[in-house]
Design a protein around this ligand. Structure first.
Ligand code: ADP
Ligand code: MG
Length: 229
């Protein structure tokens, strides 16, 4: 089966720190991959290279078989707006915009009409249980609600892959689990793959696969669960 996203031989160094020291990875549609590992092991760097935010020093990332390292910054930025969705630790919503405008932002930036973008945003906000909060600004939302807006924003343009870096890191255990349920359900509905960096074992346990990063490499003892029974 073909991978949606594949990485081959990814290396990224900062001075003498090998943030990534040769990483191969394959992600298929509908996959849910948790990336775990100690602080400083290279998890965020991996997410940023996989999503085209950062360029690898060597190796490459392939989206549907196409090398993204060959794209220039404009091409990669276009890719981030269309093929990928992002959920960060603390939402990173734009304070001046309403929930629906925040969720619509990637589509607006990609040049879609305001009507289409807000329509898709409202649909996802409703699916995530936020239909009465569309006009609120981030300061008027709880942490869990803000993360749901971030999920709506990551999903509204129907990306192939959703990247989440410690998305439950600022939430209490229960809200974090609820957020994870919402993310997994939304991803399943669109058949998007999810790559989630987490420190939380209870969150990683909900992924289909777990890879552990140590010193910029995938740890030899990969904790992998069968994707299907
Ligand atoms: P993690 O997300 O697992 O905590 P990171 O990917 O953020 O780890 O970092 C991996 C290593 O690369 C760490 O040693 C970190 O200090 C280093 N690093 C990450 N980004 C930079 C940068 N922009 N400049 C210098 N060093 C960096
Ligand atoms: Mg990190």
């Amino acid at each position: 089966m073909n991978s949606v996203l594949a990485a081959r031989g990814l290396v990224k160094t900062y001075g003498d720190v090998h943030a990534l020291a040769g990483v191969d990875i394959d992600i298929k549609a509908g996959d849910v991959l948790a990336v775990v590992g100690p602080s400083g092991s290279g998890k965020t760097t991996l997410l940023h290279v996989l999503s085209g935010i950062l360029r690898a020093d060597s190796g490459d990332v392939f989206l549907d078989g196409r090398a993204i390292g060959e794209l220039n910054e404009t091409g990669r930025s276009e890719l981030r707006r269309t093929a990928f969705g992002f959920v960060f630790q603390s939402g990173m919503l734009v304070a001046e915009l309403t929930a629906e405008e925040n969720a619509a932002l990637p589509m607006l930036l990609a040049g879609r009409s305001r009507e289409e973008s807000l329509g898709a945003a409202r649909l996802w906000l409703a699916r995530l249980g936020l239909q009465t909060l569309e006009k609120r600004r981030p300061a008027e939302l709880s942490g869990g609600q803000a993360q749901r807006v971030a999920i709506a924003r990551a999903l509204a343009h129907r990306p192939r892959v959703i990247f989440a870096d410690e998305p439950t890191g600022a939430l209490d255990t229960r809200t974090g689990q609820e957020m994870m349920s919402a993310l997994l359900q939304a991803a399943e509905e669109t058949n998007a793959a999810v790559v989630i960096v987490t420190h939380d074992k209870a969150i990683a346990d909900r992924a289909l696969r777990v890879v552990e990063i140590q010193d910029g490499r995938i740890a030899p003892k990969v904790i992998e669960e069968a994707v299907s029974a």
